[in-house]
Design a protein around this ligand. Structure first.
Ligand SMILES: Nc1ncnc2c1ncn2[C@@H]1O[C@H](COP(=O)(O)OP(=O)(O)OP(=O)(O)O)[C@@H](O)[C@H]1O
Ligand SMILES: [Mg+2]
Length: 439
C-alpha cells in the first residue's frame, strides 16, 4: 500500500483521518502546517496526498503545486468546507486528483484514495488500460445504477406494459426502448419511433392515426398511421412532454380503447401495439402547471424507468470511452490511443449531454487528436470546443480551419455529420466554410 501524507491544521480532524486510514492499513504521515508538508515533500515520496485547502500563509493549492512539480503523477486530494468556483477551478488546473467538500464521510475519502491508487497503478502503464473484454452488447455500462436499469428492463420487457422512460438528454432513452422491444415477444415485429416534439401538432394526429385522402389540405392520398403500421409491434412515443393538450385527450382514448380512426374515416380499427414513451422533461411539473393531463400521465406511467445521467455512473465513462474509441478507430482507420491522463479529465467532467456527448467527443478526438494521442490537453480542448460552440478566437482560426478540413475529410464531405463532430450548428459550419473560403 502506498504511503500517504495527510496535511490538516485542525488536530481533531487530523487525528480522525489518520486513525481511520491506519486502521485501513495505510502508512500515514500527518502534518499540521504547510511548512511541514513542504519539508516532507523534499525528503520523501508520497504517491498520494490528502490536504486541507485553508491551512496557514500557504494553502493546499500550494501543496498541490509543489507536489506535482516534484512528481507529476502524484495524486493530490484536496478537501475544504469552503469550496468556491475559483478554488475548484484552480485545483483542477493544478491537476488535483479529486476534491472533497467537507463534511464528507470517511468512506468517501477512502473510496477516493482507492481510486487514486488504481489510477496510479494504471499510470505506470501509461495508456489507459482497455477493459479486459468489452462485452458483446450495445448498452455499455457496469455501474450500479446501470445494473439496476438492466434488471428493470429484463423484468418489464416480456410484459405488454406501457413504459415511461425518463432521463436527461443523451442518456440512452431510445436505446432502452429498443432493448425493451428486442427482448419482448414482439421482437420480430416493427418498432416504430415517433418524435412527438419534432412533428407539427397539426400533423401529429394524421401521423399517428392516419388520414384518408382529402381529409385535410395536403392529404393527397390515404395515409396509414404509425399506430396501425406498428400493428403487433411497438410504438415509441419520444418527447411525450411536448404533446399539445388538445391532442392528449385523443391519445388517452387510444390507450384506453386501442382503436384508431384515421382522419376523415368513420370506421375505427382495432390495433395491437405496445406503447413506450420517453421524455426529458419533468412531466409531473407539467401536470401541476396544467400543461399535461393527469389521466394521460397515469396511463403512461404504468412502469417508470429512469435512465441515470452519466455523471452518476461511476466507472462507465471508462467503458464507454473504450467502446467508442474502438468504434471510431475502426470507422476512420485510425489508431488513436486514449491516455490515462485524458481519461482522468473525462472522469471528472459533468457530461451535460451525457452519453451522446461522450460519443461525439470520442469521434472528434479520434479524428483530431495530434499524433493519435488523446491526452488531458486534447480532452480539455475538445470539452472547451464543444461547450463554447460558436465562438472561436482569432488565434484559433488557423487550427480551426485545419480541424474543419480533417473532419470534412473523415466524413467524406458530409457537412451535417461534420458539424456534429465539431460540436457546432450546421449553419455555423457553413458560415465558417464561407469565411475560410472553403466553399
Ligand atoms: N449505455 C450506452 N451504451 C452505448 N451507447 C449508448 C448508451 N447510452 C446511449 N448511447 C448512445 O448515445 C446516443 C444517444 O442515446 P439516445 O438517443 O438513446 O438518448 P436519448 O436519451 O434518447 O436522448 P434525447 O433525450 O436527446 O432524445 C445514441 O447514439 C446511443 O446509441
Ligand atoms: Mg431520444
Amino acid at each position: 500500500m502506498p504511503r500517504l501524507l495527510v496535511v490538516e491544521d485542525d488536530s481533531a480532524v487530523r487525528t480522525t483521518i489518520t486513525t481511520f486510514l491506519e486502521l485501513e492499513g495505510y502508512e500515514v504521515d500527518a502534518v499540521a502546517s504547510s511548512a511541514e508538508a513542504l519539508e516532507r515533500l523534499r525528503t520523501a515520496r508520497y504517491p498520494i496526498i490528502v490536504s486541507d485547502i485553508y491551512l496557514d500563509e500557504r494553502t493546499g493549492l500550494d501543496i498541490l503545486q509543489a507536489a506535482r512539480q516534484m512528481d507529476p503523477r502524484c495524486a493530490v486530494i484536496l478537501m475544504t468546507a469552503r469550496g468556491t468556483m475559483e478554488t475548484v477551478m484552480k485545483a483542477t488546473e493544478g491537476g488535483v486528483f479529486d476534491y472533497l467538500a467537507k463534511p464528507f464521510e470517511l468512506d468517501r475519502m477512502l473510496e477516493t484514495i482507492k481510486r487514486a491508487e488504481a489510477a496510479l497503478a494504471e499510470a505506470e502503464r501509461g495508456e489507459a488500460s482497455e477493459p479486459e473484454e468489452l462485452p458483446e452488447t450495445e448498452m455499455i455500462g457496469s455501474s450500479a445504477p446501470m445494473v439496476e436499469l438492466y434488471k428493470t428492463i429484463s423484468r418489464v420487457a416480456p410484459t405488454d406494459a406501457t413504459v415511461l422512460i425518463e432521463g436527461e438528454t443523451g442518456t440512452g432513452k431510445e436505446l432502452v426502448a429498443r432493448l425493451i422491444h428486442r427482448n419482448s415477444k414482439r421482437a420480430g415485429q416493427p418498432f416504430v419511433p415517433v418524435d412527438c416534439g419534432a412533428i407539427a401538432p397539426t400533423l401529429l394526429e394524421s401521423e399517428l392515426f392516419g388520414a384518408l385522402k382529402g381529409s385535410y389540405t395536403g392529404a393527397d392520398r390515404d395515409r396509414v398511421g404509425v399506430l396501425e403500421a406498428a400493428h403487433r409491434g411497438t410504438v415509441f412515443l419520444d418527447e411525450i412532454g411536448d404533446i399539445e393538450l388538445g391532442f392528449q385527450l385523443k391519445l388517452l382514448r387510444f390507450l384506453q380503447e386501442r382503436q384508431v380512426r384515421p382522419l376523415g374515416s368513420a370506421r375505427a380499427r382495432e390495433v395491437d401495439v405496445r406503447v413506450l414513451a420517453a421524455t426529458n422533461r419533468d412531466v409531473q411539473r407539467l401536470v401541476d402547471e396544467g400543461k399535461f393531463r393527469q389521466d394521460l400521465w397515469f396511463r403512461l406511467n404504468v412502469v417508470r424507468i429512469k435512465v441515470p445521467p452519466l455523471r452518476e455512473r461511476f466507472g462507465d465513462v471508462r467503458l464507454l470511452a473504450a467502446f467508442f474509441l474502438r468504434r471510431y478507430n475502426e470507422r476512420y482507420g485510425q489508431q488513436a490511443r486514449l491516455l490515462e491522463s485524458g481519461l482522468g479529465v473525462m472522469e471528472q467532467y459533468r457530461w451535460p449531454g451525457n452519453v451522446r456527448q461522450l460519443q461525439h467527443m470520442m469521434e472528434r478526438l479520434v479524428i483530431l487528436a495530434p499524433a493519435g494521442r488523446i491526452d488531458a490537453e486534447a480532452v480539455r480542448e475538445a470539452i472547451r470546443a464543444m461547450e463554447s460552440r460558436e465562438q472561436v478566437s482569432e488565434s484559433l482560426a488557423d487550427t480551426e480551419a485545419e480541424q474543419i478540413r480533417r473532419v470534412l475529410a473523415a466524413t467524406k464531405g458530409n457537412k451535417s455529420h461534420a458539424a456534429k463532430i465539431l460540436g457546432i450548428e450546421r449553419k455555423t459550419l457553413y458560415r465558417k466554410l464561407e469565411r475560410l473560403g472553403m466553399i
